[in-house]
Design a protein around this ligand. Structure first.
Ligand code: FAD
Length: 273
């Protein structure tokens, strides 16, 4: 289908983007366009104004910042997948970026767009939840930081304000600590039917689930079982606790619950090995 009529402006800076978002029209930011444009073509989104931030090169970077790695919101998956600093200091982000969609998606889609779109079937948000990453957003009132898990408010819904620009994602340096992202899909370029991220922490792990509910979910039952001394196979049995997976052409809710348990066991075995 053809999108509804909209106006289009190119932002020359983050401040300019914020100003355009406050123009009084129902405005949306456009980054890689790989989630927003399909929604507009289906007329599920009908913004009056698109504010194109895709050319803000200063929001595309990966750099060291103390104990964290700072990633510009406009950094594309292909750049994350090839980034040497990430590969050394937070390899789960580089690895998972290489699993998103196909090469075309990875060369257009941005990490910030993925977080702001808040699709529970997306890969990178799950990894960011397992890493307890932090978001940096800028709006009329200045800059604020918020934990990524708090930003996912519902299906395709975030805690970002309508006139806020997500500028940076901050992930901890995990160095050589164990990690795993196990994605189950029918074809290599498909979205995850279910996926699991696990990041080793002390004797246990932080675990998060893709496509098991309205938002990316933390598998707290699994984490609790691990910290009370359960082995990975026993802890993984609790992976579907508190989830509400969808049923669709890729699998029923029951099948997804089964997948969550199996994939969690595999992710834990890899991360804790
Ligand atoms: P856009 O589409 O430009 O924007 C998405 C939303 O975020 C919009 O509401 C926009 O206003 C908002 N937004 C964008 N940037 C910002 C910002 N800096 N601050 C505030 N709001 C912002 N994803 C996966 O995780 N795994 C997959 O396997 C996968 N497969 C795909 C296959 C196909 C064929 C396609 C088309 C997409 C696929 N995707 C997949 C989605 C892809 O990752 C998207 O690119 C990503 O989710 C959105 O990033 P974007 O830069 O394209 O954002």
């Amino acid at each position: 289908m053809i999108p509804a009529k909209f106006d289009y402006e190119v932002a020359e800076s983050v401040d300019h983007a914020i100003e355009l978002l406050g123009s009084g029209k129902d405005a949306k930011l456009l980054a890689g366009g790989h989630s927003l444009l399909p929604l507009m073509r289906l007329r599920l989104a009908r913004p009056e104004l698109l504010v194109d931030i895709g050319r803000l090169g200063d929001l595309s970077y990966v750099r060291e910042d103390g104990d964290a790695i700072a990633i510009g919101a406009l950094t594309r998956y292909a750049d994350l997948a090839a980034d040497e600093l990430l590969a050394a200091e937070c390899p789960i982000v580089a690895h998972t970026s290489g699993l998103v969609g196909d090469p075309q998606v990875r060369h257009r889609g941005t990490i910030g767009g993925s977080v702001a779109h808040a699709d529970p079937a997306s890969d990178i948000p799950t990894v960011l939840v397992a890493l307890e990453a932090e978001l940096v957003a800028r709006g009329h009132g200045g800059e604020r930081r918020l934990p990524v898990a708090e930003s996912f408010a519902g299906f395709l819904e975030t805690a970002l304000g309508p006139q806020e620009v997500l500028t940076e994602i901050r992930v901890p340096k995990t160095g050589s600590a164990g990690w795993s992202y196990v994605k189950f899909n029918r074809r290599a370029q498909d979205w995850a039917t279910v996926a699991v991220a696990a990041v080793r922490e002390n004797g246990g792990a932080r675990v998060a689930l893709t496509n098991m509910g309205a938002t990316t979910l933390r598998a707290s039952g699994v984490e609790e079982a691990l910290s009370s001394g359960s082995d990975p196979a026993t802890a993984a049995e609790r992976a579907a606790e508190g989830t509400s997976p969808p049923s669709d052409h890729n699998g029923s809710a029951e099948y997804r619950e089964h997948l969550a348990r199996v994939l969690t066991r595999r992710a834990l075995e890899e991360a804790l090995a």
